[in-house]
Design a protein around this ligand. Structure first.
Ligand code: DGT
Ligand code: CA
Ligand code: CA
Length: 574
């Protein structure tokens, strides 16, 4: 059975959870969490790298021990350490960690003192009032746990787009190889580039006698077949993700693709327009009476109701149909429009690769410039730079720039915005840089007013250029901090600075609606990889996907500018 990065990452996360419940050394726990994150973001399969004979210790946060574990998991599907840890604690105990408010310490107490081993037992203990008596819990905590349990039950699991991509790519390649199969395409929220997907919707065109469905249900990652007919099937993969498959005839391809791409709300609006024109649209085609008049491709579906083609990322019924009708659809930014990347780390702070390797990797992607923006000293866990170290790096960048051809490194910093809105490095140090990215990495829980004003104040700084990951959220892990984003956007406009759309798959921050707000206010957005290794540049595609969902055009994106056009924009005038 092929082991995916996401599977290995899940094993490392579980190891970290279990070590934490056992009260292991925090550094050891962090090593597993970092490794899980590295794997989760790695665009290539670790298995494939191993087959090529690549050295996995080249990856960020992977030392000899973790590399050996990855090898073990990739070849056996198991990790002996996890097997051992599972014997020590019942498997359901780690599920308790998913309940908001329950960290490993509390889970440990619940398990050891009350013998709570599952979500059900937790609920019973809370209802019976047994939790409040535990040391460090109390009545309020017990009530919070009950509320969290309710919220937890109503929340279906969603998968980050980058993770879903790993499963989708493997499954599509497998289906594509089935006899008689022509096209294989993933529709649904995946195609609309939503940041998370609930399930995968795969569409296949195939000859009538193709064994596509049997091939699908016998895929060796299938854990359970929910249904299987002649034209459709649904399965649950071992990772827990549901996949719906539809097999359609070639003449219905466009109509089916349109139908299963959604969103549901977009589809309903489109069908309503068709009805008014006396047409009927369903997954088989566009019909006038019984006559099939369109549906072989998606453009024909839109054309049949007098509309131009609407890109999947726009199909949320948020004004795209009106814009299409008025001929005002945006010409969305594309990955190939990016000329540079304004946020990247090297091993000088918490990145993994050298300046030179980062530069060469960016150049290989066709980028014209790359800004090196290490953390500043305040962020000690990320080995932030002090002024002296930064000056050294600037000298090194000067040397490299005269040695390299075809790519220019820009000097930058990802400087911490301190609690009072001041920046973590002196003006004289910042003045030498081409750009200054300001980032909030602490005090996430300030009031809305204080958090917003902290950021506005940072933007007032004469050297501030770009606000990193503006909301601070981590998808399904950490909510955004409470800020007035519109005020921040308007202040950026006044101050001549910019907002980042951080392309890391667990950030994708700015979110789509805030991209739209930035566009409306005339503030440029920079789509940045925040690369911590040469592999991470591949994440730019997710950033572009989010930007497209936010209606951004090439012109709205700062790093679509040539270096010559960019330089004056980075100089603050206000
Ligand atoms: P997800 O899976 O929660 O991330 O979101 P989607 O958009 O992929 O939703 P899903 O998987 O339930 O359905 C896939 C597409 O199929 C959806 O985007 C539109 C279409 N669809 C599903 N149910 C309906 C429906 O009741 N009416 C219409 N018009 N379309 C539907
Ligand atoms: Ca779906
Ligand atoms: Ca579905």
């Amino acid at each position: 059975m092929p082991v995916h990065n996401a599977d290995i990452a899940a094993i490392f996360e579980e190891i970290a959870d279990r070590l934490e419940i056992e009260g292991a050394n925090p550094f050891r726990i962090r090593a597993y969490r970092n490794a899980a994150r590295t794997l989760g973001e790695l665009p290539q399969e670790a298995r494939a790298l191993l087959e090529k004979g690549d050295d996995l210790t080249r990856l960020p946060g992977i030392g000899d021990d973790l590399a050996a574990k990855i090898k073990e998991i990739a070849s056996t599907g198991h990790c002996s350490l996890l097997d051992r840890l599972r014997r020590e604690l019942p498997p359901a105990v780690t599920e308790l960690l998913q309940i908001p408010g329950l960290g490993p310490k509390r889970v440990k107490a619940l398990y050891h003192d009350l013998d709570v081993q599952s979500v059900e037992q937790l609920q019973r203990a809370a209802r019976e009032g047994r939790i409040r008596a535990l040391h460090g819990f109390g009545e309020k905590t017990e009530l919070n746990i009950l509320q969290s349990l309710e919220a937890h039950a109503s929340q279906a699991r969603r998968f980050k787009l980058s993770m879903a991509t790993q499963y989708a790519d493997a499954l599509c390649a497998y289906l594509q190889a089935a006899p008689g199969v022509k096209q294989v395409v993933v529709a649904g929220s995946f195609r609309r580039m939503r940041e998370t997907v609930g399930d995968l919707d795969i569409l296949v065109t195939a000859a009538a006698d193709s064994p596509a469905i049997q091939r699908f249900t016998s895929y060796d990652e299938v854990a359970e077949v929910l249904s299987a007919g002649t034209t459709r099937a649904s399965v649950i993969l071992k990772c827990g993700m549901q996949v719906d498959l539809r097999v359609v005839a070639q003449e219905s391809y466009g109509a089916a693709l349109h139908y299963f791409t959604g969103s549901k709300s977009h589809n309903i609006a489109i069908r309503r327009i068709a009805q008014k024109l006396g047409l009927k649209i369903n997954e088989y085609g566009v019909f006038h009476g019984n006559k099939h008049i369109a549906g072989e491709d998606e453009a024909s579906v839109y054309r049949s109701i007098g509309l131009p083609y609407i890109a999947p990322e726009l199909r949320e019924n948020r004004g795209e149909i009106e814009a299409a009708r008025a001929g005002r659809l945006p010409k969305l930014v594309e990955l190939s429009d990016l000329r540079g990347d304004l946020h990247a780390h090297t091993k000088a702070s918490d990145g993994h690769d050298s300046l030179r390797d980062m530069a060469l990797a960016a150049q290989a992607l066709g980028l014209e410039y790359l800004a090196i923006t290490e953390h500043s000293r305040h962020l000690t866990i990320a080995h932030g730079l002090n002024p002296q170290q930064l000056a050294q790096q600037c000298d090194e960048i000067d040397r490299l720039n005269s040695a390299l051809g075809g790519i220019t490194l820009l000097k930058g910093i990802e400087v911490d915005i301190l609690e009072d809105g001041s920046l973590d490095l002196p003006d004289a140090v910042l003045a030498r840089l081409d750009l200054v990215i300001g980032a909030v990495h602490s005090h996430f829980d300030l009031s809305r007013k204080r958090q917003t004003e902290r950021i506005l104040r940072a933007m007032d700084h004469p050297h501030f250029t770009l606000l990193a990951h503006p909301s601070g959220r981590l998808i399904s892990q950490r909510p955004p901090y409470d800020v007035d984003m519109l005020r921040i956007i308007r202040h950026a406009k006044r101050r001549g600075c910019f907002l980042e759309l951080n392309a890391q798959p667990e950030r994708l921050d700015l979110i789509d609606t805030h991209c739209q707000a930035a566009q409306e206010e005339g503030v440029l957005v920079s789509i940045d990889s925040d690369a911590h290794s040469t592999f991470d540049f591949a994440n730019l595609r997710y950033g572009v996907g989010q930007a497209r969902r936010g209606w951004l055009e090439k012109n709205n994106v700062l790093n679509t500018r040539s270096l010559a056009a960019l330089r004056p924009l980075l100089k603050r005038t206000m």
